[in-house]
Ligand binder design. Structure first.
Ligand code: PAF
Length: 287
Protein backbone atom coordinates (compact mmCIF):
# COMPACT_ATOMS: atom_id res chain seq x y z
CA UNK A 1 0.00 0.00 0.00
CA UNK A 2 1.44 3.36 -1.04
CA UNK A 3 1.08 6.18 1.52
CA UNK A 4 1.64 9.72 0.26
CA UNK A 5 1.43 13.06 2.02
CA UNK A 6 1.95 15.69 -0.68
CA UNK A 7 -0.24 16.68 -3.61
CA UNK A 8 2.64 16.13 -6.01
CA UNK A 9 3.21 12.56 -4.72
CA UNK A 10 -0.53 11.92 -4.81
CA UNK A 11 -0.70 12.89 -8.50
CA UNK A 12 2.29 10.66 -9.27
CA UNK A 13 0.77 7.73 -7.36
CA UNK A 14 -2.59 8.29 -9.07
CA UNK A 15 -0.95 8.06 -12.49
CA UNK A 16 0.16 4.49 -11.75
CA UNK A 17 -3.45 3.25 -11.49
CA UNK A 18 -5.99 2.93 -14.29
CA UNK A 19 -9.54 3.02 -12.90
CA UNK A 20 -9.60 4.22 -9.28
CA UNK A 21 -12.34 4.48 -6.65
CA UNK A 22 -11.86 6.99 -3.83
CA UNK A 23 -13.11 6.76 -0.25
CA UNK A 24 -12.71 10.24 1.28
CA UNK A 25 -12.46 10.06 5.08
CA UNK A 26 -11.36 12.03 8.10
CA UNK A 27 -9.80 8.88 9.58
CA UNK A 28 -10.75 7.19 12.89
CA UNK A 29 -11.91 4.39 10.62
CA UNK A 30 -14.66 2.04 11.79
CA UNK A 31 -16.79 -0.69 10.23
CA UNK A 32 -18.79 1.93 8.33
CA UNK A 33 -15.64 3.12 6.54
CA UNK A 34 -14.58 -0.47 5.88
CA UNK A 35 -17.93 -1.06 4.15
CA UNK A 36 -17.24 2.01 1.95
CA UNK A 37 -13.88 0.47 1.01
CA UNK A 38 -15.58 -2.86 0.22
CA UNK A 39 -18.12 -1.03 -1.95
CA UNK A 40 -15.37 1.00 -3.65
CA UNK A 41 -13.73 -2.26 -4.75
CA UNK A 42 -16.89 -3.13 -6.68
CA UNK A 43 -16.59 0.09 -8.66
CA UNK A 44 -12.90 0.04 -9.66
CA UNK A 45 -9.96 -2.37 -9.51
CA UNK A 46 -7.91 0.03 -7.36
CA UNK A 47 -8.99 1.93 -4.25
CA UNK A 48 -7.57 5.09 -2.70
CA UNK A 49 -8.50 6.32 0.78
CA UNK A 50 -7.91 9.92 1.77
CA UNK A 51 -7.40 10.56 5.48
CA UNK A 52 -7.63 14.24 6.28
CA UNK A 53 -9.38 16.03 9.15
CA UNK A 54 -10.47 19.02 7.11
CA UNK A 55 -10.35 22.21 9.22
CA UNK A 56 -12.53 24.23 6.85
CA UNK A 57 -15.65 22.17 7.55
CA UNK A 58 -15.57 22.64 11.34
CA UNK A 59 -17.18 25.61 13.05
CA UNK A 60 -15.28 27.65 15.62
CA UNK A 61 -16.93 25.87 18.56
CA UNK A 62 -16.82 22.38 17.06
CA UNK A 63 -14.56 19.42 17.77
CA UNK A 64 -11.74 19.96 15.22
CA UNK A 65 -8.89 19.85 17.75
CA UNK A 66 -10.22 16.85 19.67
CA UNK A 67 -11.31 14.88 16.57
CA UNK A 68 -9.59 11.44 16.88
CA UNK A 69 -6.52 10.91 14.67
CA UNK A 70 -5.35 7.28 15.17
CA UNK A 71 -3.31 7.26 11.95
CA UNK A 72 -1.30 4.08 12.63
CA UNK A 73 -4.45 2.04 13.31
CA UNK A 74 -6.13 3.58 10.25
CA UNK A 75 -3.23 2.63 7.98
CA UNK A 76 -3.21 -0.93 9.35
CA UNK A 77 -6.97 -1.26 8.72
CA UNK A 78 -6.59 0.01 5.16
CA UNK A 79 -3.67 -2.30 4.47
CA UNK A 80 -5.67 -5.29 5.78
CA UNK A 81 -8.62 -4.24 3.61
CA UNK A 82 -6.44 -4.24 0.48
CA UNK A 83 -6.45 -0.48 -0.14
CA UNK A 84 -3.93 0.43 -2.85
CA UNK A 85 -3.11 3.95 -1.88
CA UNK A 86 -3.55 6.43 0.95
CA UNK A 87 -3.46 10.20 0.64
CA UNK A 88 -2.83 11.67 4.11
CA UNK A 89 -1.92 15.33 3.64
CA UNK A 90 -1.35 18.00 6.29
CA UNK A 91 -3.58 21.09 6.43
CA UNK A 92 -0.61 23.17 5.24
CA UNK A 93 -0.28 20.91 2.21
CA UNK A 94 -3.98 21.06 1.33
CA UNK A 95 -4.33 24.79 1.93
CA UNK A 96 -0.87 25.96 0.89
CA UNK A 97 -2.35 28.73 -1.22
CA UNK A 98 -4.02 30.35 1.77
CA UNK A 99 -7.65 31.36 2.12
CA UNK A 100 -9.50 30.31 -1.03
CA UNK A 101 -11.22 32.95 -3.11
CA UNK A 102 -13.47 30.37 -4.71
CA UNK A 103 -16.04 28.38 -2.80
CA UNK A 104 -18.50 25.91 -4.24
CA UNK A 105 -21.86 26.68 -2.73
CA UNK A 106 -25.18 25.02 -3.38
CA UNK A 107 -27.33 27.31 -1.23
CA UNK A 108 -30.67 25.58 -1.68
CA UNK A 109 -29.27 22.24 -0.51
CA UNK A 110 -26.68 23.60 1.95
CA UNK A 111 -28.70 26.08 3.96
CA UNK A 112 -31.14 23.58 5.51
CA UNK A 113 -30.82 20.82 8.15
CA UNK A 114 -27.08 20.44 8.94
CA UNK A 115 -26.28 23.63 7.05
CA UNK A 116 -28.63 25.64 9.26
CA UNK A 117 -27.01 24.33 12.45
CA UNK A 118 -23.44 24.27 11.12
CA UNK A 119 -23.10 27.45 9.03
CA UNK A 120 -20.32 27.14 6.44
CA UNK A 121 -19.96 23.38 7.01
CA UNK A 122 -20.88 22.35 3.47
CA UNK A 123 -18.71 25.05 1.89
CA UNK A 124 -15.80 23.37 3.69
CA UNK A 125 -16.94 19.89 2.64
CA UNK A 126 -17.39 20.93 -1.02
CA UNK A 127 -14.05 22.72 -0.96
CA UNK A 128 -12.08 19.71 0.27
CA UNK A 129 -13.98 17.14 -1.82
CA UNK A 130 -13.48 19.30 -4.95
CA UNK A 131 -9.75 19.48 -4.19
CA UNK A 132 -9.57 15.71 -3.61
CA UNK A 133 -11.40 15.09 -6.90
CA UNK A 134 -8.98 17.39 -8.74
CA UNK A 135 -5.88 15.88 -7.13
CA UNK A 136 -6.87 12.20 -7.39
CA UNK A 137 -9.16 12.13 -10.47
CA UNK A 138 -11.16 9.14 -9.21
CA UNK A 139 -13.58 7.32 -11.49
CA UNK A 140 -15.89 6.66 -8.53
CA UNK A 141 -16.15 8.02 -4.99
CA UNK A 142 -18.01 6.41 -2.08
CA UNK A 143 -19.86 8.27 0.68
CA UNK A 144 -22.03 6.99 3.53
CA UNK A 145 -25.78 7.55 3.54
CA UNK A 146 -25.64 8.45 7.23
CA UNK A 147 -24.49 11.88 5.99
CA UNK A 148 -27.31 11.91 3.46
CA UNK A 149 -27.25 15.70 3.00
CA UNK A 150 -23.51 15.60 2.30
CA UNK A 151 -24.08 12.80 -0.22
CA UNK A 152 -26.86 14.78 -1.93
CA UNK A 153 -24.73 17.94 -2.10
CA UNK A 154 -21.64 16.13 -3.41
CA UNK A 155 -23.75 14.37 -6.04
CA UNK A 156 -25.22 17.73 -7.12
CA UNK A 157 -21.79 19.42 -7.10
CA UNK A 158 -20.26 16.64 -9.21
CA UNK A 159 -23.04 16.90 -11.79
CA UNK A 160 -23.02 20.70 -11.81
CA UNK A 161 -19.25 20.83 -12.39
CA UNK A 162 -19.28 17.95 -14.93
CA UNK A 163 -16.78 15.73 -13.17
CA UNK A 164 -16.91 12.28 -14.80
CA UNK A 165 -17.08 10.65 -11.36
CA UNK A 166 -19.67 8.12 -10.24
CA UNK A 167 -20.87 9.12 -6.77
CA UNK A 168 -21.81 6.01 -4.82
CA UNK A 169 -24.05 6.21 -1.74
CA UNK A 170 -23.42 3.40 0.76
CA UNK A 171 -25.73 1.90 3.37
CA UNK A 172 -25.35 3.10 6.97
CA UNK A 173 -23.63 0.48 9.12
CA UNK A 174 -25.17 0.08 12.58
CA UNK A 175 -24.02 -1.50 15.83
CA UNK A 176 -26.03 -4.60 16.85
CA UNK A 177 -28.31 -2.39 18.99
CA UNK A 178 -29.03 0.03 16.13
CA UNK A 179 -26.64 2.92 16.87
CA UNK A 180 -25.30 4.27 13.57
CA UNK A 181 -21.52 3.92 13.38
CA UNK A 182 -19.68 7.22 13.66
CA UNK A 183 -16.16 8.26 14.57
CA UNK A 184 -17.81 10.55 17.14
CA UNK A 185 -19.36 7.59 19.01
CA UNK A 186 -16.03 7.19 20.80
CA UNK A 187 -16.67 10.47 22.64
CA UNK A 188 -19.70 8.88 24.38
CA UNK A 189 -19.53 7.59 27.93
CA UNK A 190 -21.31 4.26 28.55
CA UNK A 191 -24.39 6.11 29.88
CA UNK A 192 -24.40 8.53 26.98
CA UNK A 193 -24.08 5.68 24.51
CA UNK A 194 -27.18 4.00 25.98
CA UNK A 195 -29.01 7.32 25.79
CA UNK A 196 -27.85 7.84 22.18
CA UNK A 197 -29.91 4.78 21.22
CA UNK A 198 -33.00 6.99 21.39
CA UNK A 199 -31.87 8.43 18.03
CA UNK A 200 -32.02 5.17 16.05
CA UNK A 201 -34.98 3.88 18.11
CA UNK A 202 -37.02 6.98 17.26
CA UNK A 203 -36.23 6.55 13.58
CA UNK A 204 -37.06 2.82 13.58
CA UNK A 205 -40.28 3.49 15.46
CA UNK A 206 -41.30 6.12 12.89
CA UNK A 207 -40.39 3.75 10.06
CA UNK A 208 -42.64 1.13 11.64
CA UNK A 209 -45.48 3.67 11.74
CA UNK A 210 -45.04 4.28 8.01
CA UNK A 211 -45.19 0.52 7.43
CA UNK A 212 -48.45 0.52 9.41
CA UNK A 213 -49.92 3.13 7.09
CA UNK A 214 -49.24 6.48 8.76
CA UNK A 215 -48.48 9.13 6.15
CA UNK A 216 -48.67 12.43 8.06
CA UNK A 217 -45.10 13.41 8.89
CA UNK A 218 -46.14 15.51 11.90
CA UNK A 219 -47.10 12.24 13.62
CA UNK A 220 -43.75 10.67 12.73
CA UNK A 221 -41.81 13.70 13.91
CA UNK A 222 -43.71 13.64 17.20
CA UNK A 223 -42.79 9.97 17.63
CA UNK A 224 -39.12 10.71 16.96
CA UNK A 225 -39.14 13.71 19.28
CA UNK A 226 -40.89 11.82 22.11
CA UNK A 227 -38.43 8.92 21.85
CA UNK A 228 -35.51 11.35 21.97
CA UNK A 229 -36.85 13.31 24.92
CA UNK A 230 -38.12 10.33 26.95
CA UNK A 231 -35.71 9.99 29.87
CA UNK A 232 -37.16 6.61 30.67
CA UNK A 233 -35.61 3.22 30.07
CA UNK A 234 -32.65 4.53 28.08
CA UNK A 235 -31.26 6.51 31.04
CA UNK A 236 -31.56 10.03 32.33
CA UNK A 237 -28.84 11.88 30.43
CA UNK A 238 -30.65 14.66 28.59
CA UNK A 239 -30.69 14.78 24.82
CA UNK A 240 -31.00 18.12 23.10
CA UNK A 241 -32.52 18.05 19.66
CA UNK A 242 -31.12 20.21 16.85
CA UNK A 243 -33.80 18.97 14.46
CA UNK A 244 -36.10 16.15 13.54
CA UNK A 245 -37.21 16.41 9.92
CA UNK A 246 -39.00 14.66 7.09
CA UNK A 247 -37.61 15.80 3.74
CA UNK A 248 -37.62 15.00 0.06
CA UNK A 249 -34.37 13.13 -0.74
CA UNK A 250 -33.67 15.24 -3.84
CA UNK A 251 -34.72 18.76 -2.85
CA UNK A 252 -34.31 18.37 0.94
CA UNK A 253 -37.56 20.34 1.29
CA UNK A 254 -39.96 19.40 4.10
CA UNK A 255 -42.59 16.76 3.31
CA UNK A 256 -46.01 16.90 5.00
CA UNK A 257 -47.56 13.74 3.60
CA UNK A 258 -45.50 10.77 2.55
CA UNK A 259 -46.28 9.81 -1.04
CA UNK A 260 -42.82 8.62 -2.15
CA UNK A 261 -39.34 8.03 -0.71
CA UNK A 262 -38.82 10.42 2.20
CA UNK A 263 -35.84 10.92 4.49
CA UNK A 264 -36.55 11.02 8.23
CA UNK A 265 -33.55 12.74 9.80
CA UNK A 266 -32.35 13.56 13.30
CA UNK A 267 -29.52 15.65 14.72
CA UNK A 268 -29.18 15.66 18.49
CA UNK A 269 -26.64 16.23 21.22
CA UNK A 270 -26.07 13.57 23.82
CA UNK A 271 -23.95 15.18 26.51
CA UNK A 272 -21.35 17.11 24.51
CA UNK A 273 -21.52 14.86 21.46
CA UNK A 274 -23.54 15.82 18.41
CA UNK A 275 -24.86 12.84 16.43
CA UNK A 276 -26.88 12.54 13.22
CA UNK A 277 -28.84 9.66 11.73
CA UNK A 278 -31.58 9.07 9.20
CA UNK A 279 -33.72 6.45 7.50
CA UNK A 280 -35.48 6.53 4.14
CA UNK A 281 -39.12 5.53 4.30
CA UNK A 282 -41.24 4.61 1.32
CA UNK A 283 -45.02 4.05 1.34
CA UNK A 284 -44.53 1.14 -1.06
CA UNK A 285 -42.81 -0.72 1.81
CA UNK A 286 -46.10 -0.76 3.77
CA UNK A 287 -47.71 -4.05 4.78
O1 PAF B 1 -17.73 12.53 5.68
C1 PAF B 1 -16.57 12.89 5.97
O2 PAF B 1 -15.84 12.16 6.63
C2 PAF B 1 -16.06 14.22 5.48
O3 PAF B 1 -17.05 15.18 5.47
C3 PAF B 1 -15.36 14.16 4.10
C4 PAF B 1 -16.34 13.75 3.01
C5 PAF B 1 -14.22 13.16 4.15
C6 PAF B 1 -14.79 15.52 3.73
O4 PAF B 1 -13.85 15.95 4.66
Amino acid sequence: MTVVRTIQEAREARATFHRLALVPTMGALHAGHMSLIAEAKKHAPSVAVSIFVNPTQFGAREDFSKYPRPIDEDLAKCEAAGVNFIFNPSADQMYQHGAPEIVVDLPALSSVLEGKHRPGHFKGVCQVVAKLFNILSPDAACFGRKDFQQLRIITAMTRALDWPIEIVGCTTVREADGLAMSSRNQYLTADERTRALSISRGLMHARQQVAEGIRQTNRLLTTMQNTLLDVGKLGKIPVSIDYVAAVDPMTLKPVDTITGPTVLAVAARVGMTRLIDNVVVDPSDSK
